[in-house]
Design a protein around this ligand. Structure first.
Ligand SMILES: Nc1ncnc2c1ncn2[C@@H]1O[C@H](COP(=O)(O)OP(=O)(O)O)[C@@H](O)[C@H]1O
Ligand SMILES: [Mg+2]
Length: 322
């Protein structure tokens, strides 16, 4: 039993990197990244533009040689075993070129055949994907005549013809309308359900939260936080206490006593004061002091910051908090 467990552990990471580095000129686009993507999961690599997400994906897909560190896909080194890695990830979609002279349907069918699918299955898969990506009407048009958005959807469809063990989706929903985005989310969930490991990059916390239980937040080439959405929320801002006095004249006193008890507190809109609630006991402390000062409270609640706020806090984009 223990033996089996040990064997299984070895293959649990579908993607694993240690100290991965990529330089462009003097800049470290990827600056010592450690990643572990559990097999069969959807993993979200989240970060703003220029964080280094695409560079990591390109190294994992064997399209770009690392300058330092190691990277494995399915336990295989991406440099020494590049060929074997390519078979595992199914080198399709954005990593292979769609043939401009062929129609959307022909492209998808061809890829299916190249992946050894029987003709009938390849046709069925092509039609299914065309439907999913809203390309049924354009199925017989040559890819050359597709608009940018259609072409993007065709590229995505192409990456899903086979059912690769590990799939890299680099900002797959950028530029998709909400309906198509939801369709794609459905496909990603289905793939993961069927055992495919998906490494998805995104700039959207909402997307990471909708699809993944494992998130690594990247900024300027480094992983600055990782964990489940809940873990990230707690790591960054934790729970907060929000209180509103009956009489707005009590706001300064309330703000003062909360700042004292909680370490920080600020007045918000609509007569509320909020502060970080690191421990439950602090709640009682605040309540005791509110009672001692005879402040009447109209409202009291605790809440956790949204993942968007976490992202903003971590990457320093947007407003200042606290
Ligand atoms: N081929 C390249 N040559 C020079 N610099 C590059 C190249 N590719 C990416 N970079 C730079 O590396 C950094 C990370 O880029 P990238 O991996 O594309 O980020 P992301 O995908 O997170 O937006 C950026 O500063 C980008 O300008
Ligand atoms: Mg990118």
């Amino acid at each position: 039993m223990t033996q089996t467990r040990v064997a299984a552990t070895k293959s649990e990471s579908a993607v694993s990197t240690r100290g991965l580095v990529k330089r462009f000129g003097g800049q470290r686009a990827v600056d010592g990244v450690d990643l572990d993507v559990p097999a069969g999961s959807v993993f979200g690599l989240l970060g703003p533009n220029g964080a280094g997400k695409t560079t990591i994906v390109r190294m994992l897909a064997t399209l770009l040689a690392p300058d330092g560190g190691t990277a494995e896909v399915g336990g295989l080194d991406v440099v020494r075993n590049a060929h074997a890695v390519r078979r595992l990830i199914g080198l399709t979609g954005q990593y292979a070129s769609v043939d401009e002279a062929l129609s959307g349907r022909e492209n998808l069918y061809m890829i299916g055949r190249l992946l050894d699918m029987p003709a009938k299955a390849a046709r069925a898969r092509a039609d299914e994907l065309l439907e999913t990506f809203g390309l049924t009407d354009a199925a017989r048009k040559r890819a050359k005549e597709y608009s940018g958005g259609m072409r993007r959807r065709l590229d995505l469809a192409a990456s899903l013809v086979g059912t690769p063990q590990v799939l890299f989706l680099d900002e797959p929903t950028t530029g998709l309308d909400p309906q198509r985005r939801n369709d794609l989310w459905g496909i990603v969930r289905e793939l993961a359900w069927n055992g495919t490991t998906v490494l998805l990059t995104t700039q959207y916390m909402e997307e990471a939260e909708a699809l993944t239980r494992h998130i690594a937040v990247m900024d300027r080439g480094r992983i600055i936080a990782s964990g489940s959405p809940d873990e990230l929320k707690h790591q960054v801002s934790g729970r907060r206490l929000r209180v509103r006095p009956v009489d707005a004249a009590d706001l300064p006193v309330l703000q003062g006593l909360m700042a004292e008890a909680l370490g920080a507190a600020r007045e918000e809109d609509l007569g509320y004061v909020t502060g970080p609630l690191a421990e439950d006991e602090k709640l009682n402390q605040v309540l005791r002091e509110v009672a001692a000062k005879e402040i009447a409270l109209a409202d009291l609640s605790t809440f956790t910051a949204s993942l968007d706020e976490v992202f903003i806090t971590l990457t320093g984009t947007g407003r200042e908090d606290h």
